[in-house]
Design a protein around this ligand. Structure first.
Ligand code: NAP
Length: 307
């Protein structure tokens, strides 16, 4: 089968780091156009809007949207109006209502929609799910701590209300909501806001999943080594997911889970959804973030500066 012509919208850090190289190696898709206000990937024609792209290149069949969450709704509307299959980066949208609108819009347009969670495609997630399937979980501890200056250099949108440390934190929530059999309920949250910003730089959450306590620490100001770890204590051993669930250990002993990256898996899944005429929109991690803002105690901390 020939590769499906796909466009990328929003040629920022993640588009260049992951989407462009993944599409270059993909047999399912061919990157044929970019919707951007700036520089397109080398050799790819650029358009300011989806409408302009479709007027010039009606052969485009799908679009992968890599812009920040605020403003996605308009792009999704335009993409579906032009009959494109749509994949979006996480977090899915600016608000729950926007994100919830996507399913109906895609169904009405009769197109595939994939609200992706790249961390769910990390190499250790499926092996962890299999290992946990016949065990009883007692406790979960999540430490997701990174340096915003390294991963989002100069990106002011990251400090818009509602984002901040939940931009990486939602990746951990996307993994744990895949692994735990029972619904996660938020019980308590503390959100730490720099005194000069409208979004939290750190958060502690206490959740419960069918009686299993889940303790979460998010930090966006971690210099030096970065920490993306989930520890799951069970009746028969401790499962540790490290490096964003790309590595796995049982009682401290490493388990080989291969080294395939997240994005090839994501695009394979998108291709499969298109082939089967299906949609994949799970908003559970996004709902937990919204609950953290509903319930969270707000604490002011020192101002954030990029340097
Ligand atoms: P970024 O470097 O700031 O790039 C975002 C791009 O979106 C910009 O280059 C711009 O594209 C376009 N854009 C449209 N409206 C914008 C606005 N109001 N403000 C800024 N840019 C706007 O961001 P990113 O790190 O690639 O993140 C994009 C999405 O991917 C986010 O949802 C993020 O959570 C997710 N993500 C990021 C990472 C990471 O490591 N950074 C990892 C995984 C997922 P043009 O220049 O083409 O006009």
């Amino acid at each position: 089968m020939s590769a499906l012509p796909i466009a990328l919208a929003g040629i920022g850090k993640i588009a260049r780091d992951q989407h462009v190289p993944t599409l270059a190696a993909s047999t399912d898709f061919e990157l044929v156009a970019a919707v951007t206000g700036h520089e397109p990937p080398q050799g790819v024609p650029a358009f300011r809007t989806i409408g302009a792209m479709m007027a010039a290149m009606p052969q485009v069949r799908a679009i992968s949207i890599c812009t920040p969450p605020r403003g996605r709704l308009a792009l999704v509307e335009q993409a579906l109006a032009h009959g494109l299959h749509v994949m979006i980066e996480k977090p899915p949208a600016a608000t729950l209502n926007e994100a919830e609108a996507f399913a109906g819009m895609a169904a009405e347009a009769g197109r595939t929609f994939f609200a992706s969670w790249h961390s769910r495609a990390a190499a250790a997630v499926d092996p962890a799910l299999a290992w946990l399937s016949d065990r009883t979980i007692h406790k979960v501890t999540i430490n997701w701590k990174e340096d915003v200056r390294v991963w989002h250099p100069g990106q002011e949108w990251i400090w818009e209300p509602g984002i901040g440390v939940f931009d990486p934190g939602i990746n951990a929530l996307s993994v744990i909501t895949r692994l735990l059999p029972d619904t996660l309920m938020l019980e308590q949250a503390e959100l730490r806001f720099p005194s000069n910003r409208q979004a939290p730089i750190a958060a502690d959450l206490r959740l419960d999943s069918g009686g299993v306590p889940v303790h979460v620490a998010f930090d966006f100001d971690q210099r030096g080594p970065q920490t993306w770890t989930i520890d799951i204590e069970t009746d028969r051993g401790l499962l540790t997911l490290a490096d964003g669930a790309s590595r796995m250990a049982i009682d401290g002993a490493a388990v080989d889970v291969g080294d395939e990256g997240e994005y090839p898996r994501i695009y394979r899944h998108f291709a499969q959804l298109i082939a089967e005429g299906r949609r994949d929109i799970d908003l559970t991690p996004f709902r937990l973030v919204a609950d953290a803002f509903l319930l969270g105690r707000r604490v002011a901390v020192e101002p954030f500066e990029w340097t």
